[in-house]
Design a protein around this ligand. Structure first.
Ligand SMILES: *Cc1c(COP(=O)(O)O)cnc(C)c1O
Length: 463
């Protein structure tokens, strides 16, 4: 055995203790760490021929790399939609690595039973108990898998299996959607359906939610040709929600597969005052839910839900002589793109076991309240205004005076430089704007005030 490896084996418990101490140190410092870091170009080092052992690797990481990492797991990071990691989920993540299970098949471990149990809990949180669920790496993969099953369903309508014959046999596929996330286009590209297949359906006036009447017209114009409809719940700019129940009802008149991208918006289901935003979710053929955003588990985890396991199995079946053929409940390796798989469910299992539905509902409600409070505080100065009402957990705002691209970018930079908070730019209805997205369990009222002060102060520095 390599000398460093042998030493590390002998010292393993003490070394883990040192790692734990470092982790504690990083976690207690997370509130004082600058929220974001401007990346700088770094030179590349040679691959070490001989290593230095874990203790010195840890020291090197802490000196060279850790200080350059952002405080995105902390309470005042509002960029993109970036959840943190609850204490229990961090523990689950550590143990995932320690136990290093392969959650592909259930022949040698209960690991996949734990995944099934966790998927079942998540299904119940969102009213998806009639769906089959599987862990994937995030919402992009969840959208990809949902649309892959949709593609197989379209083939079945015309008597072919796309899984066997290829996407060429399918011809052009109409994909109808109001305000789809960028990952829908990426998924369609990966699936051979193509980004250009998306037919944009008009949204309601002043909204990002699709106009269901216009969707019905677009479906009628297909003359009975099957389609894919992607409903959005909610959108990233203004967290607007399509009327899922009304869209699902259109299936009585038109043949289409309904995929709902509920990456983070589906968590509205946890808040009684907002649950109606995702009413009808259980009617969807496939549903995407991200977990590393609003469930607050570490990257990377999302769940894919579908109501057509037979078609899913056709797409993702991985048959080989040494693998048992799927009978009964198929192994996860036959339901998703990955074969060998990390036991991603363990982080969610820990967090749901430790905090339950109520604990996670509390995170969602506090974040919604935080977004509303921030919106109130930053607009009170008169320097900033909202470009859309706060519907859930995002405040989308811009400068009251001359919100040009340059000035809004300068504002974003000034906010980031403060180290106090971090927001990301967008363009909404042609207006340059910034989004503050709340999805971190640690965020308190005091954090919201601190962030609001930093944003207002940054706005004051612009000429
Ligand atoms: C974040 C997001 C995605 C993509 O999620 P990843 O986890 O980054 O792959 C897809 N859809 C929506 C609505 C999102 O917010």
């Amino acid at each position: 055995m390599d000398e460093n490896l042998a030493n590390d084996l002998a010292e393993f418990p003490a070394l883990l203790e040192a790692v734990r101490e470092s982790a504690t140190d990083m976690l207690t410092g997370i509130e004082s760490r600058p929220v974001a870091r401007a990346p700088e170009a770094l030179g590349r080092e040679e691959l070490p021929e001989h290593g230095v052992g874990l203790a010195r690797a840890l020291a090197r990481f802490r000196e060279d790399w850790e200080p350059r990492f952002s405080g995105s797991a902390g309470p005042r990071y509002f960029g993109f939609v970036t959840g943190g990691a609850t204490p229990a989920s961090v523990a689950g993540d550590w143990l995932t690595g320690v136990l290093d299970q392969n959650a592909m098949s259930g022949e040698d471990s209960a690991a996949i039973e734990l995944e099934r149990q966790t998927v079942d809990w998540i299904a119940r949180m969102f009213g998806l108990d009639r769906h089959t669920g599987a862990f994937v790496s995030g919402a992009t993969m969840s959208n990809f898998v949902g649309l892959a099953i949709a593609r197989e369903w379209l083939g079945e309508r015309i008597g072919i299996s796309v899984a066997d014959s290829g996407v060429g046999a399918l011809g052009p596929v109409p994909v109808l959607s109001g305000t789809p996330h960028s990952s829908i286009f990426k998924s369609l590209s990966m699936l051979g359906i193509g980004r250009d297949s998306v037919r944009s359906v008009p949204t309601l006036p002043g909204r990002e939610a699709v106009d269901v009447d216009r969707l019905a017209e677009a479906l009628a114009a297909l003359d009975g040709r099957p389609a894919i409809v992607v409903a959005n719940a909610g959108t990233v700019n203004t967290v607007d929600f399509d009327d899922i129940r009304a869209i699902a009802a259109l299936r009585e008149r038109f043949p289409f597969w309904l995929h709902v991208d509920g990456a983070f918006g589906a968590f509205a289901a946890l808040s009684p005052e907002h649950a109606e935003l995702v009413d009808g979710l259980g009617e969807a053929d496939s549903v995407c839910i991200d977990l590393h955003k609003w469930l607050n588990v570490p990257y990377d985890a999302g769940v894919q839900f579908s109501r057509h396991r037979d078609l899913q199995l056709r797409v993702f079946l991985n048959s080989a002589a040494y693998l048992s053929a799927p009978t009964g409940t198929p192994d996860f390796g036959h339901l998703v793109p990955e074969n060998s798989r990390r036991l991603r469910a363990l982080t969610a299992w820990f967090s749901l076991t430790a905090y339950g539905r109520a604990g996670h509902r509390d995170i969602v409600r506090r974040n919604i309240s935080g977004a509303n409070s921030l919106a109130g505080q930053i607009t009170a100065s008169g320097l900033l205004r909202l470009v859309a009402p706060v519907r859930l957990n995002v405040a989308c705002f811009t400068l009251a005076d001359r919100p040009t691209a340059e000035r809004v970018t300068a504002l974003a930079d000034a906010i980031a430089e403060s180290g106090e908070t971090f927001v990301t730019p967008t363009v909404y209805e042609g207006q340059h704007a910034l989004r503050a997205a709340f999805s971190n369990w640690r965020t308190t009222d005091a954090d919201v005030e601190r962030a609001a002060k930093a944003i207002t102060a940054a706005a004051l520095t612009l000429d």
